[in-house]
Design a protein. Structure first.
Length: 351
């Protein structure tokens, strides 16, 4: 087993304690697993080209050609058939091929060359025998790696030779967020924080839902900041603007009611209607009647862009309101002279 290119390879240090008995046991285990893996690998390959004729289970009408290759065979073969296979292997392992402490690991008295019962052997030439045994160990190690790979590929794609594109989580089928709605000029696909890098579609849809929800709330927020300059609810005419309204009765109580109503719709109604992130259908039939745009790429991009702008606008307006006490229109009036002076200073042909 010590051979090129790795030579003696024990990265975990199993043999560091120098226990010969333990090394022998592990070598027997390695050889047995390698032999089973070589049979298993052949079992994956051969059925792709050759099948036994006739019936596997005549009473159930199952032919050998009806049994799929790979892991799917676990469900196709009757339980009685698996019990027979298990008992047969157990009989060979525990009764016929008994380990003999006087013989080398994996060397059974009843087994000849290639494990054929009572077959020819042992090999007379010591060098040829050593070469063949080393080849068996090397092939067994390769087969163990191969069969594990086949199991994984079979389980994920449906076949040991399956196309990885069939696996939804395959790196070859990695989700590309740059092709989704919301990729518009001038920034195109903009993810400076790398939130979607290496993430799957489920994560992207979760984040898209957050973006849409925050954008819609921000648009309502900006609308509220602008509308309150001209119109107030009855009973709130003397309430201060913006953040201060949340500290003043009766607007603070009204905000508490608004919070409860919004929470009710969020948890009990909208969640059940959502078919995809942000899509709650058209309950008022506005799009169907042609009163507003439909749910197509143009209008979805339009909403996302306005929502993104509104989030920046809401953050700026709320911060300025908390600091100055001015509403949105008053903020612009105060900022207008500074903005015009900035233009006169930086642009040679400004008005």
């Amino acid at each position: 087993g010590v051979q090129a290119p790795l030579g003696f390879w024990d990265p975990v240090g199993y043999t560091a304690n120098g226990d010969a008995a333990l090394f022998r046991r592990r070598r027997e285990t390695e050889i047995k697993h390698g032999r089973v893996a070589m049979f298993a690998t052949l079992g994956y390959i051969v059925p792709e080209y050759v099948r036994f004729p006739g019936y596997l289970a005549p009473e159930e009408g199952i032919r050998f050609t009806d049994v799929p290759a790979g892991l799917a065979a676990l469900k196709a073969v009757p339980a009685v058939g698996w019990a027979q296979i298990f008992l047969f292997i157990g009989l060979i392992d525990f009764c016929y091929y008994r380990a003999d402490p006087a013989r080398e690991p994996g060397d059974f008295a009843n087994a000849g060359v290639l494990g054929v019962p009572n077959g020819s052997g042992p090999m007379k030439d010591a060098e040829v025998r050593k070469k063949k045994l080393s080849a068996e160990i090397a092939n067994g190690r390769l087969a163990m790696m191969a069969i594990i790979g086949m199991f994984f590929q079979d389980g994920l794609t449906g076949s040991a030779w399956g196309d990885w594109a069939l696996y939804q989580g395959s790196p070859l089928r990695a989700f590309d967020a740059s092709t989704e709605v919301g990729v518009v000029e001038p920034l195109g696909f903009w993810d400076p924080a790398g939130l979607t890098a290496g993430k799957d579609e489920a994560f992207f849809k979760k984040m898209r839902g957050f973006e849409l929800k925050h954008g819609r709330v921000a648009m309502m927020c900006i609308t509220g900041f602008l509308a309150q300059h001209f119109w107030r609810f009855p009973g709130c005419f003397d309430v201060p603007d913006g953040i201060a309204a949340m500290k003043t009765m009766p607007s603070s109580a009204a905000f508490g009611c608004l919070f409860l109503v919004a929470g009710f719709f969020e948890l009990r109604i909208l969640g059940e209607r959502e078919t995809e992130p942000g899509n709650y259908g058209d309950p008022f039939k506005l799009a169907g009647a042609g009163l507003v745009g439909g749910y197509d790429e143009k209008w979805r991009n339009f909403e996302l862009q306005n929502g993104r702008l509104a989030m920046f606008g809401a953050i700026g307006t709320i911060t300025a309101n908390a600091y100055t006490g001015l509403d949105a229109f008053e903020q612009w009036e105060e900022a207008r002279p500074v903005f015009l002076e900035y233009l006169r200073t930086t642009l040679p042909y400004s008005p």
